[in-house]
Design a protein around this ligand. Structure first.
Ligand code: 9YW
Length: 434
């Protein structure tokens, strides 16, 4: 079974491979996405270290002069909407060299660097050299990305990353964002036609038209100020402190710091370790003592955004004091989450099945994303909880046994949903079966 799963996963990644980059999925997402790339590179490194390096190199080529890694790289024409004509990144005050979107996604890239390095060393020979040269050579670019996040997205040093669009969170229409979006009131705007709904059998799995109008309204607001971060902060209608993004920054800054230390960059290492500590503290402070879950904050109204979303487990990603981790672990495995009676597979749902907001088939409002299970499993192992890591892996492998490599799964029936042959799902399977 494991061998069949690994073969099928490798075939998915080969099918989505354009040579220098892997599209996120064949039809629905025909481009390179930022955080998908990092997960994909982890999986591909199990097949070929040089190919994994190429994947990360093509993403880095799209880095903005500011240091931002954009969330989509448009390297070829497609019907995807919003494409480069709507994002208009060429109008940015300091424009990127390639056509990209104008926002970012959570940083998971240094997780990929660490995995590529580990795999290169395990294989030895030219793979080892390729991995080490790649990490040493591109560290300045990845450092600039983390530096930009820490400075531009947390200018006051609270230890929480602010985002300007829910696409930046990677969890587009999670209940986390219902309140801030209730305040986004699109005015007159250039008309548009969605194309995402053409590629899913069931339109009700996707965000609604009203949600999409708001998403595009925010894009237009950013274009209007030519992606000037200062101006965006003042004018954008969606301005939120994201705990999950912050936890990933804490984790990845720590890893970048370790790599910098290893490759002889002492000052960078010290700087990144400070960034990691700042965001780890920010996440810890955002934990609601009553629910035990980390909470986002709406920065326009100051309101705390309580929701029963998976992001509440941000400390399991960033790392935290032992008592916080123990409580989070218990909650995650408990009856409101992975241990819920009605779940087909005991892996984290995007929203708690016990919550009123739970919607088993709608995007980020209930379904399970195998790549999120992979992330929690990887972080658990890193933070010393091999038992949790192993449990999640085992359950996820059962879920992936249908070989559809779906984007997400109905947590109650186990049915595959969204795109099939989704690259990051196949990548997770490959890493788990290696
Ligand atoms: C969209 C590619 C991306 C992911 C996001 C996910 C979705 C794009 O797909 O967003 O058009 O809805 O929410 O996390 O990176 O897989």
């Amino acid at each position: 079974m494991t061998a069949a799963l690994a073969d099928a996963a490798a075939a998915v990644l080969r099918g989505n491979d354009l040579g220098h980059l892997t599209v996120a999925s064949p039809d629905l997402y025909p481009h390179q996405w930022s955080w998908d790339t990092a997960f994909v590179a982890v999986g591909i490194s199990r097949l070929s270290v040089p190919r994994a390096v190429a994947e990360m190199t093509s993403l880095l080529a799209a880095q903005w002069p500011s240091g931002m890694i954009p969330h989509i790289v448009f390297d070829r024409p497609s019907a995807y909407f919003p494409g480069p004509e709507r994002w208009r990144s060429e109008l940015a005050i300091d424009p990127p060299a390639l056509r990209t979107s104008g926002i970012c996604q959570p940083p998971v890239h240094s997780v990929a660097l660490a995995c590529i390095l580990q795999e290169g060393r395990r294989r030895g020979g030219s793979d080892r050299r390729t991995a080490e040269d790649f990490v040493a050579g591109t560290l300045p670019g990845w450092l600039a990305w983390h530096r930009w996040l820490a400075a531009s997205r947390d200018p006051e040093g609270h230890g929480l990353v602010e985002i300007h669009h829910s696409w930046e969170s990677g969890m587009d229409n999670s209940p986390r964002w219902d309140f801030p979006y209730s305040r986004v009131m699109p005015g007159e705007m250039e008309p548009f036609t969605r194309t995402d709904t053409r590629h899913v059998g069931e339109v009700r799995q996707r965000p609604t038209d009203e949600e999409y109008r708001r998403y595009i309204w925010l894009v237009d607001q950013m274009v209007a100020v030519r992606y000037d971060e200062e101006a965006i902060r003042k004018t954008i209608d969606f301005h939120v402190a994201d705990v999950f993004f912050s936890a990933l920054l804490a984790l990845t800054a720590e890893i970048i710091g370790e790599l910098a230390e290893e490759f002889g960059r002492r000052a960078d290492a010290a700087e990144m370790s400070e960034v990691a500590a700042r965001f780890r503290a920010g996440v810890a402070a955002a934990v609601d003592p009553e629910t035990g879950l980390a909470t986002d904050r709406d920065l326009r109204s100051g309101r705390l955004l309580h929701s029963a979303a998976l992001s509440g487990f941000a400390p399991l990603i960033s790392g935290a004091e032992a008592d916080v981790l123990a409580r989070q672990r218990e909650l995650l495995l408990g009856p409101d989450w992975c241990g819920h009676r009605a779940l087909r597979h005991a892996v984290p749902p995007s929203t708690s099945p016990a919550a009123a907001q739970f919607d088993r088939r709608r995007y980020w409002r209930g379904p399970q994303w195998p790549v999120m299970t992979w992330l929690f499993s990887w972080a658990a192992r890193r933070h010393g909880d091999a038992e949790l890591a192993g449990r999640l892996r085992e359950e996820a492998l059962r879920q992936l046994g249908d070989l559809s490599f779906a984007e997400y799964y109905d947590p109650l029936s186990g049915q595959a949903l969204g795109s099939r042959a989704q690259s990051w799902t196949a990548a997770a399977a490959l890493d788990w079966t290696a």
